[in-house]
Design a protein around this ligand. Structure first.
Ligand code: GLV
Ligand code: GLV
Length: 323
């Protein structure tokens, strides 16, 4: 029997192995399919490979009676109603691990860019504003020796912390679990409550998945607890931070700046007042965007898809309770 699979976007890798066992239909456009279009195309589909831009809700899953596997090319899967998939016995795959280092690298790129005002400096030079060396031109913050607060010391949070060791930073972390003492010692990381982290960190970096517990985790009250000289870096999911509260904290000087690789919604609305602020450094969700990493993510997503079609256990399954 030949399987039918659908990919919601072209992928940066070869589909040869998949094409040997399935008829593959790839959404050809740059914009994601709308929910209606996607739903209308799932009636006969056995496997779905999707991206974080595709809302895979209960209705869509119900419209795919033959679906055997949902394979997401991302580590985060908050766009998928996993409970609805589990209720149908459909395994959901993701791509953990392969993007950890690239995402930690990019977190550092944003942290350093925000601390040392790289984006502002770039605009300053291009706009022809550079007249001379000045003792007080575009002064930023020291990173070496500063205190880094990591919210969520999972794979990515740990990789961010590992890099901070070379900058002689103090590391505070918080999260659902305390890490084991050997890891804390290796990273020189201290577990604290969120309030204590916010009150003491010069840089606060978010590395938790988006869940009901982390939705709007950083709102007005939390931003008020931060130092007025501190920067907030978000490379996780936009909805973890309340955008209106962030805007207020930035214009009132409650915090010094922010670096955002993710926003809610994505893309950020062109009307968002955050876009007017020079002390926000933006990136268009590029955390894992190195050539090698995106290929590994695509390959891993295909491996999950093939395993699901064959009825094998997915190499990386987010709902192993289906087995
Ligand atoms: C990207 O944000 C991912 O979850 O992989
Ligand atoms: C994601 O890979 C994480 O656990 O941080």
């Amino acid at each position: 029997t030949e399987f039918k699979v659908r990919l919601t976007r072209r992928l940066p890798t070869s589909l040869a192995a998949l094409e040997q066992m399935a008829s593959v239909e790839v959404w050809p456009e740059r914009q994601p399919p709308t929910a209606d279009v996607l739903q209308s195309k799932l009636a006969e589909v056995d496997g779905l490979l999707c991206l974080l831009t595709d809302p895979i809700d209960q209705e869509l899953i119900a419209a795919a009676p033959r679906l055997k596997v949902i394979s997401q090319m991302a580590v985060g899967f908050d766009n998928i109603d996993v409970a609805a998939a589990t209720a149908r016995g459909i395994p959901v795959g993701n791509t953990p691990g392969v993007l950890t280092e690239a995402t930690a690298d990019f977190t550092w790129a944003l942290m350093m860019a925000a601390a040392r005002r790289v984006g502002e400096g770039d605009r300053f030079v291009r706009n022809g504003q550079w007249q001379t060396w000045e003792p007080d031109l575009l002064l930023g913050l020291d990173i070496a020796g500063a205190t880094l607060g990591i919210i969520g010391l999972g794979r990515i949070g740990q990789a961010v912390a590992k890099r901070a060791v070379g900058f002689d930073m103090q590391i505070l972390y918080t999260g659902r679990h305390r890490c084991d003492p050997a890891l804390e010692a290796a990273l020189k990381a201290t577990y604290v409550e969120l309030a204590e982290l916010l009150a003491n960190a010069d840089f606060v970096s978010i590395h938790t998945p988006l869940t009901p517990a982390t939705q709007s985790l950083i709102g007005a009250a939390e931003l008020r607890q931060m130092k007025s000289t501190a920067l907030l870096i978000n490379t996780a999911r936009g909805a973890i931070v309340e955008p209106e509260a962030l805007y207020q904290a930035l214009i009132s000087g409650q915090i010094a700046g922010a670096a955002l690789d993710v926003t809610e919604p994505e893309p950020i609305s062109p009307e968002s007042p955050l876009l007017q602020l020079d002390n926000v450094t933006f990136a268009p969700h590029l955390g894992s965007a190195s050539r090698a990493t995106r290929k590994k993510m695509a390959d891993m997503a295909i491996a999950n898809l093939i395993a699901g079609l064959q009825g094998d256990r997915l190499p990386h399954c987010v709902n192993p309770e289906v087995y």
